[in-house]
Write a protein of this length. Structure first.
Length: 304
């Protein structure tokens, strides 16, 4: 099992310790390119230690070029993005990018053939019909969190995509969230840190959190053979280094963690509701007709 882990702004000593203890299981550490070149998909964060990390850590790295939509037409962004990728290669040997725009994937692959390109979760890759145009320009893809509980859909993509598949296991967005695009836009804009747009909905229907986009470490066995890389979200939620390592170690060892401790976003669990194997399996094998089903509501009201 390999892991894609978020950069958090910690001294090089943290990354050296992580490399020493867990390096063989780490596929990459993903970090933002910098909003002066292209948005990274999340609010701006401190990067006091970033350049020391890039220069001195031996962990493999990938840069995020990851807005939910490009802020300008691609032809206006190509040159600065290409120049930054070349600099990252020349200075730090980084030849990997996670990208949310298909035309940008194509541009990078043609301009820098030695670079590895990963399709971002923000591309909303959730159907085998998308694979013919993705497989030409990506080496790996992160699956849409909307299908994280749909084993049949994941299996269908697995069967036709030739590259590596990443599962983000702790993002916590609601399945098919109607606020997702606007929320990501606001997070990546010049606004102050945005409030969760789903808050009122979840106050009225808190049981929806039981089906949001997370997989607990103890339930990874249900997904055996369906992925190559586990990706942890958490540039915001895992900033505490002790929590970062605790959550990573739990997924690596597939040891039990409560759903409110895995570093989910606003749609994740906020209370320690025990999630049994039987209940979780039910959520990944049901017919998904939530409008006619009270199983999650009943389970939440019984166990909360």
């Amino acid at each position: 099992m390999k892991f894609s882990l978020p950069y958090i702004d910690q001294p090089v000593s943290f990354w050296n310790e992580l490399s020493y203890e867990f390096g063989e299981w780490i596929q990459e550490i993903f970090f933002p390119m910098g909003d002066h070149v292209a948005p990274s998909g999340r609010p701006s964060q401190t990067v006091h230690h970033l350049y020391a990390f890039l220069e001195k850590s031996d962990l493999p790295k990938t840069v995020l070029i990851n807005p939910i939509v490009l802020p300008e037409p691609l032809e206006r962004l190509e040159e600065p993005i290409l120049n930054e990728l070349i600099l990252l290669d020349q200075h730090y040997g980084i030849r990997s990018a996670t990208v949310s725009d298909l035309l940008l994937c194509k541009f990078i692959k043609k301009s820098l053939p030695s670079h590895r390109v990963s399709g971002s979760v923000l591309m909303r890759i959730n159907s085998p019909e998308q694979i013919p145009y993705l497989q030409q320009y990506t080496d790996s893809i992160s699956l849409d969190t909307a299908i994280i509980r749909d084993l049949h859909r994941i299996q269908a993509i697995r069967e036709c995509y030739p590259g590596k598949i990443k599962l983000i296991v702790n993002e916590g967005c609601l399945p098919g969230c109607p606020f997702r695009v606007q929320h990501f836009y606001e997070m990546n804009s010049d606004l102050a840190h945005p409030e969760s747009l789903c808050e009122a909905l979840l106050n009225d229907m808190p049981w929806l959190r039981l089906k949001s986009a997370w997989i607990l470490p103890q339930h990874l066995h249900f997904y055996e053979g369906l992925y190559d890389i586990i990706k942890l979200a958490g540039r915001v939620t895992l900033q505490n280094p002790k929590k970062y390592v605790k959550v990573f170690r739990a997924y690596l060892d597939q040891k039990s963690l409560p759903a409110n401790e895995i570093g989910c976003g606003p749609g994740g669990m906020i209370n320690n509701v025990p999630i049994s194997d039987d209940f979780f399996y039910q959520t990944i094998t049901c017919d998904k007709n939530c409008s006619k089903c009270d199983i999650c509501k009943t389970y939440f009201n019984t166990n909360a």
